[in-house]
Design a binder for this molecule. Sequence first.
Ligand code: PHE
Length: 444
Amino acid sequence: MDKRKMHGVWASRWTFILAATGSAVGLGNIWKFPYIAGENGGGAFVLIYLLCIALIGIPVMMAEVLIGRRGRMSPINAMRYVTSEAGLHGGWTAIGWMGVVAGLMIMAFYSVVAGWAVNYIFALASGEFSSAVGTVSTGYFDALLANNGKQAMWHSIFSFMTFAVVAAGVTRGLGMVARVLMPFLFVVLILLLGYGVVEGDFAAAFRFLFEFHFEKLTWNGVLVALGHAFFTLSLGMGAIMAYGAYMPDHSSIGRTIITVGLLDTVVALVAGLAIFPIVFATPGIEPGSGPGLMFVSLPVAFGSMPLGLIFGTLFFMLVTVAAWSSAVSLIEPGVAWLVETGKFNRIKATFLLAFVAWCGGLASIWNGAIFNALDFLTAQIMLPLGGLFIAVFVGWLMKRDVVAKEMDGEEHPLFEIWRFVLRYISPVLVALVMGLSLYSKLFG
Ligand code: PHE
């Protein structure tokens, strides 16, 4: 198995935690979570999302890392290895293939949004938003959306940044980014939270996010929450599997993944609590503003706070970094596989896939329907399906003692609980939510 040594191993358990958190914490937490919560009525949606994280996301994440570490290769070849080890039909390798495709599809709209964030670094630094009101920031965002050339430029710059880090390789490229900059993002978010408490309508924001109004929730909203649990944890497409392949042998998967899941959830909730007080205190910005929510609400806050220029610029730099460390993991599974075929070196493989995703990005700038379709197909269909198959595979098909050995959990009660959830709860819930929302789309 010389392939096992091909890509390197994280220096320690903490490097893995930081890299996996770097993958998980990204635009999903800061940009997407607040706006989909806003569109789906707030509290009840948030509750469903949290349940999905606990009952589906975290258990499946452990399963995904387990496959990666067992196989010690790219998701496609790791699946091939565990499939043959379990004496099963090679068709299960499709989980790996679907993941590579899903990763490129996500990258094709993700890097467009990340491009907006890069654009906002300069917009804030140049004082564009000093004492801006809601209508000004909304106007600025709409003008950006109407300017395809500008979007394409920032998208290209972000795509190149991603290419450069992946090409540099796992331990050198991927480990570094998150380790240094993620903590700063968190600090600035806390600062924004403080601003929201003092200057914004924090009480309204809190009620909106944590008071359940189930009448506002639809089956479609439940599917969005489920899909987002996968999206935000980078699950169901092999990103976390690929990172698991580089995990040291003797670190506990269970504790590690719980840490990553908690960090990701806290960042999303803090982002929501930072953004909504501004939304509720600013006329002209609605909770249901859609993908522009972060881009229209936060500049208003930065425009009026002391040192807002500096903090605003810094904030969008950190959002860019968070998106960057996630984007890297979107193309890593495909790159690792191409390298394993022996026909590509790392740089060529990265270039090829980054180029494909870049073209997809141009398409989603050119036509918003493509942007929406890519988001919908990946987050609400491909990732949940990938997660469902992973849960079934590890829960039902892998040999129990192999699983127990990787989890280091023989006879540990938590191991039994995890395995039970993975067999009977996670896959059933995913199938149920997907089925019911399909039903309500067709007949509702
Ligand atoms: N988890 C990332 C985010 O929340 C997005 C992502 C999804 C990254 C799937 C990798 C794989 O921004």
